[in-house]
Design a protein around this ligand. Sequence first.
Ligand code: NAG
Ligand code: NAG
Ligand code: NAG
Length: 321
Amino acid sequence: MRYNTLQRLIVLCLVVLVLSWVLFFMFFLQDPLASQSNVLYRMAGPLSADDPQVLKILKNDFLDLPSSLPYNISDNSHIGSQDFTWPWINEHLQEMFHDQHGGFFVEAGALNGVYLSNTLWLEKNLGWTGLLIEPDRESYKELKFKHRKAWSSNTCISSESYPKQIILESHYVVQKEWLDKLYFWAYRGHSHEMRQDNLNKEDKTKAWDFTYSSVQCFPVLSYLLALNLTTVDLLSLDVQGTEALILETILKDTRVSIRVIVAEDEKHSFNHSHMDRLGYVLVASSVDHIYVKKGDGILDRRNVKARIAKLKADKMTPSSS
Ligand SMILES: *[C@@H]1O[C@H](CO)[C@@H](O)[C@H](O)[C@H]1NC(C)=O
Ligand SMILES: *[C@@H]1O[C@H](CO)[C@@H](O)[C@H](O)[C@H]1NC(C)=O
Ligand SMILES: *[C@@H]1O[C@H](CO)[C@@H](O)[C@H](O)[C@H]1NC(C)=O
């Protein structure tokens, strides 16, 4: 009998031991998968832009490596170099960067990576690399086929200082005679975040159709920290309306420096005096604005100086800059 009691005692001890280990693991060591899925939920917003787990998820799940394969770009997909503001932007970028070999760009609203691209020539001719951001799933698929030598991400830049999820309205051409034209991509380019100011716009032409999807967005800062970058030579923003909001958050951060900005301003929401206070000089202005960071050597160039002087004379730019 005595022996039996001892056996029971041992079994009891073992049970207690096992139970205490289970409890220890449950309460003291967090299951990393469980905590990752919590972060995934919280990435709808707001989590800090530099949260280490956000950066890890961004790098592992939302950033694709630059391609090492040859470009897959047929000649006629270059068409677009005569369209919209592309020639105007390209002229300015050539003027500023033609002699800079190597650099890093961030282009948001990258579309298929070729049509109206502001960064392809920097990559192809001057050996730059960068990050291409395109939220539309179909456009992104096409972008990946092009084998750009840049990082890419099927996400969007957050208009807030934290990651968030948005509803993207994607535009598709439905009129047959437009399908084979490259304007197809121009309409794709009208895809945009659903915001209060564009909720119930009805399109009567029926030339295109809409689909909706949920897309993860990250602040510019998160992408740069995830890629371990402190300087961006060119930030190109064509995101249908949130350009000024995006700049408002990134330009105040001292951890990263952005030299040149090209931003579309379809809604006339830019305030050049405010950009001046944020440390940027307006160098050219049309449907898009081009700004250069104060103190950058580009501003010392004769032709750039002449452009700035002209903008001042036309009272397009604040007198203090
Ligand atoms: C090149 O791109 C086309 C689509 O634009 C695609 O169908 C094709 O598979 C691509 N080729 C390679 C080698 O990636
Ligand atoms: C980030 O960059 C710094 C400076 O260029 C370098 O010392 C560091 O090793 C890099 N870290 C990673 C994780 O790549
Ligand atoms: C533009 O920015 C300046 C400087 O920050 C500010 O004083 C001014 O009120 C702003 N103008 C508008 C229309 O918001």
